[in-house]
Design a protein around this ligand. Structure first.
Ligand code: C5P
Length: 234
């Protein structure tokens, strides 16, 4: 059964706690990203965990293997459930992250790799020396590279998840942002899919921010998305 993760895109710990409390039992998983973590640090992770929720700590590590290993260990000590790294950090860095996570046994955080940021196009890739590959080719290549070197899963767009979930080994996690229920405002997202489509295509976790956080009734919005996901479960 796919899980619903709400992107806690707020600026303070107080707002984060207020949102999690007001959404209540309908959502059990929250994403804490760079903005909130840089403002509030590990305390905000602890606060969300103390409310009984799972945490996806989305800091997209990309550094030398030793540093990433130690950062993943710090995340494991905080009890986070999912963490992100950049697959372009290389084989040794991906393995170091996976090994550090594995130290936590049954409660090990799952390591998700970012392949190509969705903000980058072909000319951006060329600027950093990636030539002769389209962004889609690069996504596919980096996805199998990351999973082959120990990543538990991938962050991918709803446009990519179908093909990746068919080509990568069973059990790989696929986390997709860019999800919008039919009729919802897309905001700055350009390529979106409905929750049902994302689940049908193989997403194991959907990340949804504004359609829930900015809804007049966030509890009802989360319930509707959950129902759509359940209806599509394969
Ligand atoms: O509000 P919205 O549903 O668009 O939020 C989506 C969340 O997923 C945000 O936290 C955003 O930063 C994140 N994300 C994304 N697209 C990516 C990677 C992450 O929207 N390619």
């Amino acid at each position: 059964m796919a899980e619903l993760i709400v992107a806690l895109d707020v600026q303070t710990r107080a707002e984060a706690v207020e949102k999690v409390k007001s959404i209540g039992d309908g959502v059990g998983f929250y994403k804490i990203g760079l903005e909130l973590f840089t403002a509030e640090g590990p305390d905000v992770v602890k606060a969300v965990k103390d409310l009984g929720k799972k945490v996806f700590l989305d800091l997209k590590f990309h550094d030398i293997p030793r540093t990433v290993e130690r950062a993943v260990r710090s995340g494991g000590k905080l009890g986070v459930d999912l963490m992100t790294i950049h697959s372009v950090g290389g084989k040794a860095m991906i393995r170091a992250a996976a090994d550090a996570a594995a130290e936590f046994g049954a409660s090990a955080p799952k390591i998700l790799a970012v392949t190509v940021l969705t903000s980058l196009d072909q000319s951006d890739l060329a600027d950093v020396g990636i030539v002769g590959r389209t962004p889609a080719d690069q996504v596919k290549a980096m996805a199998s590279f990351a999973v082959g070197n120990g990543a538990d899963g991938l962050v991918c767009s709803p446009m990519e998840v179908g093909e990746l979930s068919r080509s990568l080994k069973a059990g790989t996690l696929f986390i997709t942002p860019g999800v919008r229920p039919a009729g919802a405002a897309v905001g700055d997202q350009k390529r979106v899919a409905t929750p049902a489509d994302a689940v049908r295509d193989g997403a194991t976790h959907l990340v949804v921010g504004r359609p829930i956080l900015a809804a007049q009734d966030p509890v009802a919005a989360a319930r509707a998305i959950r129902a759509e996901m359940d209806g599509a479960a394969r």
